[in-house]
Design a protein around this ligand. Structure first.
Ligand SMILES: Cc1cc2nc3c(=O)[nH]c(=O)nc-3n(C[C@H](O)[C@H](O)[C@H](O)COP(=O)(O)OP(=O)(O)OC[C@H]3O[C@@H](n4cnc5c(N)ncnc54)[C@H](O)[C@@H]3O)c2cc1C
Length: 474
């Protein structure tokens, strides 16, 4: 009997955020050898957790929708089903200097700053948007024009224009109507029934820290390795010695060779990393505009409001207020403290990015205290400032035509990143599907086992000489 020697194909996953970890899990389960390469000192990326002093929770606010099928399946797979908690949450609106409950249709009826006719138009047209079947056609229509036409000038100026300014900043004028459609369809899917019914939102006990702990345990169980503090500088096809692998990745610690790679980093990073002469591809990567985020997080000794989300339509320097502890149980999750996120979506050229933490706080605090005059500084236990420049890809006109495809111009290098979410806000349900899809494509091209005899490959598995595995979520 002739035995054919073989070795497992070795795949690099660049980025240990949520998408990178899901890709790693998928590939390991399929039988590949996987190394995760992450520039930061910990895993988690935008979904990472933070030590807020007396407790740890997500650095940015996250919730799970009842319709997040792909994400919920993943949580089941990680054995986290029993750790899911669901809460009926309230939504607020801060406008004309006051708070208005906006959880259901009855709340809208009570809202006194719009005429009955305008309120009916808002309710009916909102329902209509969620029923549109072929929303992708709206990609050709400018967002603000469409919203004004649909809801009327008054509702647009009082409600939508400020909300769109909050969500997309100055970049809203480039966005298409498909964004509003996609976002409203997703949000409506979590309501129990009909327009205005109360939202049920979920979270995993322990937050995303628990999710990453399980992901990391699974990766380790399947013999995957995680290398932190490894910044990738360049990725190209390796056409030299076939024994090494088809993809060369340059890190600060020298060149490494792999049979394939999946990149989970934002487009601007992909553009810097990939060595390709494909000008069209590079142009396409650059066409996606990203919004950044500056987020003040306040740890309070008391509850601030009854709302999980308070949308802000008055001109204020932040997007809204997210009181996380109206979704999660403070007694269990945050050591009795109340956790409030005050985010501002903005372009990366916003001068606020250059300010230090105190400078950002000095700008946010007067507006926050004007909004909540009862809130005393003594009730604030601690505050934090987080900044990220590449957060929300803006769904511009004709977005699905510029979305970067899974296959990059460099053979055996694949892409699974947030720019591939079409016409929606950033969410891990979409990223789970995107990770699954990218791995499926890779599996079609790269065999799990490589026959050494056929390819002249070395029987030795190429070794990785990178930083040892150091994972903070133990
Ligand atoms: C304010 C906010 C609120 C959100 N709310 C929700 C919510 O309610 N529900 C929900 O489902 N989702 C929510 N999200 C979205 C969710 O956080 C993202 O979908 C998810 O974190 C994206 O993960 P990712 O792995 O694709 O990207 P990232 O988290 O950005 O991961 C990319 C990783 O690549 C690494 N990297 C970059 N360059 C290099 C390099 N050169 N070499 C090596 N590594 C590199 C980065 O350090 C990072 O760890 C929210 C996000 C934000 C910011």
């Amino acid at each position: 009997m002739t035995m054919t020697a073989s070795r497992r194909s070795h795949i690099a996953v660049v980025g240990a955020g949520f998408t990178g970890m899901v890709c790693a899990l998928r590939l390991l389960r399929a039988g590949y050898r996987v190394s995760i390469l992450e520039q930061r000192a910990d895993i988690g990326g935008l979904s990472t957790s933070h030590d807020f002093g007396s407790f740890e929770w997500d650095r940015f606010y996250h919730c799970i929708l009842t319709s997040d099928r792909a994400l919920l399946d993943l949580l089941d797979e990680l054995g986290l089903h029993d750790e899911l908690r669901w809460t009926k949450t309230e939504v607020g609106l801060y406008s004309h200097g006051g708070f208005h409950k906006m959880t259901g249709a009855a709340d809208l009826l009570r809202y006194r700053h719009l005429s009955l006719l305008s309120k009916m138009r808002l309710a009916i047209m909102s329902l209509y948007v969620t029923k549109i079947k072929k929303g992708l056609r709206l990609e050709r229509v400018p967002l603000c024009e469409w919203t004004r036409r649909l809801f009327g000038r008054k509702v647009f100026e009082q409600i939508w224009e400020p909300l769109l300014r909050c969500k997309l900043g100055e970049l809203r004028r480039y966005a298409s109507a498909a964004f509003l459609w996609g976002t409203m369809v997703r949000l409506a899917s979590t309501r129990q029934q009909g327009l205005g019914a109360q939202e049920q939102l979920g979270y995993v006990r322990g937050g995303y820290r628990m999710v990453f702990q399980r992901l990391q345990q699974s990766v380790a169980m399947w013999d995957g390795s995680t290398h932190l503090g490894v910044k990738i500088r360049r990725i190209c096809a390796h056409e030299g010695d076939a024994r090494a692998g088809a993809v060369r990745i340059d890190t600060g610690q020298g060149a490494q060779f792999f049979d394939g790679a999946v990149l989970t980093v934002p487009n601007s990073v992909v553009g810097r990393l990939l060595q390709t002469s494909d000008a069209d591809y590079m142009k396409r990567l650059g066409e996606v505009m990203y919004l950044g985020m500056i987020c003040v997080v306040v740890v309070l000794r008391r509850r601030l409001s009854p709302f999980y989300v308070t949308n802000v339509t008055d001109t204020i320097g932040f997007t809204g207020v997210i009181e996380m502890t109206n979704l999660i149980d403070p007694a269990v999750e945050t050591n009795g403290r109340h956790l409030v996120y005050v985010p501002r979506y903005t372009t990366s050229s916003d001068p606020l990015f250059e300010k230090d933490d105190q400078g950002v706080w000095d700008q946010f605090w007067p507006e926050l205290s004007a909004m909540y005059p009862d809130l005393k500084e003594a009730e604030i236990e601690r505050w934090f400032v987080f900044r990220e420049r590449n957060v929300q890809p803006v769904p511009t006109i004709g977005y699905s035509g510029i979305v970067p495809p899974v296959r990059t111009p460099v053979p055996n290098v694949y892409l699974a990143n947030t720019a591939q979410i079409i016409n929606n806000t950033l969410n891990n349900n979409a990223m789970t599907s995107i990770a699954n899809q990218a791995c499926c494509e890779l599996m079609k091209d790269i065999p799990v086992e490589r026959s050494l005899a056929a390819s002249g490959l070395s029987p030795c598995v190429p070794s990785l000489v990178l930083a040892p595995m150091e994972v903070s979520h133990g």
